[in-house]
Write a protein that binds this ligand. Structure first.
Ligand code: FRU
Length: 419
């Protein structure tokens, strides 16, 4: 068992540093989550129900820009490029996850996106659908990371929760009129949960909410110079056997009881490290941060490194908070002094941007770029007549300021502005 996990936290958080392969992990505690409050600085503006649509062919949700390994967005021959989970608009919006494929889009001005089709040739990817990932440009080579979701050749099956991390490399091409890719024939599974650091599908099956082993985010840590992946995982062990620790609970107000079922909520932010710059072999590392007894899902973790500070972001849902806690669908974040450190929740609670109470699922899957711009997709928006409109398209980009351990919503920009 990880010995350093129970080391007492230093009196001043956000100062301790560890190497990537240490077993110390930071904690998002119930005490932190009890401080969740909405105000002007962290509530997203209402999404207007008359939003425009990026592509009328596909639903578009989780979106990531082509980046360099330093996490900054990259352009290729003057083109901006983004990747996104897509499904035909003929599929009911709520069923899109079971049909998901990575599509790509390109643009000259970083906001009028042209949909280019699927990134991978049919039948080449692992899993029965592709879930979120990241893509790094090195020269003219693109290293694409994704979640191989479902069994190989499993067809459309909402009851198949299998998730593995996968990658393939290809090349980007562009001319005056368009962008295209070739390659991506060398798909490989690069990480699977081991049941000791990360929960397996089998271990998860006694729990109430689907487990996670997904959403790889690639980057090079400027300190150790190694290439790493962040991903969403769950604490290893059979669901329901976890015992909430003092650290998980934190310094809660007198009288706060931890409901029995909190033990089922074990989201974490995982780490894997490439053995070399070829990115051929990856090693699972202990998680960077755990939300045991707080939240079951810390999705799409990603990182912004600024002024020597490591801002660790994740998205989460209202319905995945453990009993006795509540939050909003939106963006949460932590700040630390190195990749593995005693991350402290931004703004005290970790909330960076939450959906307004009267539009709780208006947007999701926020992704913070190093320049502080936050892109996300439009999910389900209430309309004036009491109905809803499904989005499946890019939301307005939001600008968030990051200062020390505080964030603040500054303004909204154009739909899908991803420079
Ligand atoms: C977030 C998410 C990701 C996953 C994808 C599946 O919106 O749940 O964690 O990769 O959507 O559609």
């Amino acid at each position: 068992t990880p010995a350093s996990a129970d080391r007492p936290a230093s009196s001043q958080t956000g100062t301790r540093q560890y190497s990537a392969d240490d077993d110390y992990f930071a904690v998002w505690s119930r005490a932190d989550a009890l401080k969740l409050r909405q105000d002007r600085t962290n509530t997203a503006p209402r999404v207007s129900p008359d939003f425009p649509v990026t592509s009328d062919r596909v639903w578009q949700w989780d979106t990531w820009p082509l980046t360099k390994l330093n996490t900054k967005t990259a352009t290729y021959k003057g083109w901006h490029v983004i990747f996104a989970l897509t499904a035909p608009r003929s599929v009911p919006f709520g069923d899109r996850h079971w049909y998901a494929k990575i599509g790509y889009y390109y643009s000259r001005d970083a906001k009028s996106w042209k949909y280019g089709g699927d990134l991978f040739q049919p039948g080449t990817a692992f899993g029965s659908r592709e879930w979120a990932g990241s893509a790094a440009l090195v020269g003219d080579k693109v290293y694409s990371f994704y979640t191989a979701s479902g069994r190989d050749n499993g067809g459309v099956d909402p009851n198949d929760p299998l998730q593995r991390l996968a990658m393939a490399s290809g090349r980007i091409h562009a001319d005056k009129t368009h962008v295209w890719f070739d390659g991506f024939r060398n798909h490989r599974i690069i990480a699977e949960p081991d049941g000791k650091l990360y929960q397996t599908m089998e271990q998860s099956q006694a729990g109430p909410i689907i487990y996670a082993f997904r959403d790889p985010f690639v980057f090079r840590d400027p300190r150790d110079r190694k290439i790493h992946l962040l991903f969403e995982g769950n604490t290893a062990g059979v669901a329901g056997t976890y015992r909430c620790t003092k650290r998980d609970i934190g310094d809660v107000p007198a009288g706060h009881e931890v409901p029995e079922d909190a033990k089922y909520y074990t989201g974490n932010i995982g780490l894997a490290t490439a053995r070399s710059d070829s990115m051929d072999k990856w090693r699972l590392q202990p998680p960077l941060l755990s939300a045991n007894c707080v939240n079951q899902q810390t999705e799409r973790p990603h990182l912004v490194i600024r002024n020597g500070k490591y801002y660790l972001f994740t998205i989460s849902h209202k319905f995945t908070f453990a009993p006795g806690l509540s939050g909003w669908d939106g963006l949460y974040g932590f700040v630390g002094r190195s990749l593995r450190s005693d991350y402290k929740p931004l703004n005290g609670s970790a909330l960076v941007l939450g959906n307004p109470e009267d539009a709780p699922t208006q947007q999701y899957s926020h992704y913070v770029m190093p320049n502080g711009l936050v892109e996300s997709f439009i999910d389900t928006v209430p309309t004036a007549d009491g109905g809803t409109r499904f989005g499946g398209t890019l939301a307005r980009t939001l600008l968030v300021s990051l200062k020390g351990d505080r964030t603040r919503l500054v303004k909204q920009l154009d739909y899908g502005y991803i420079p």
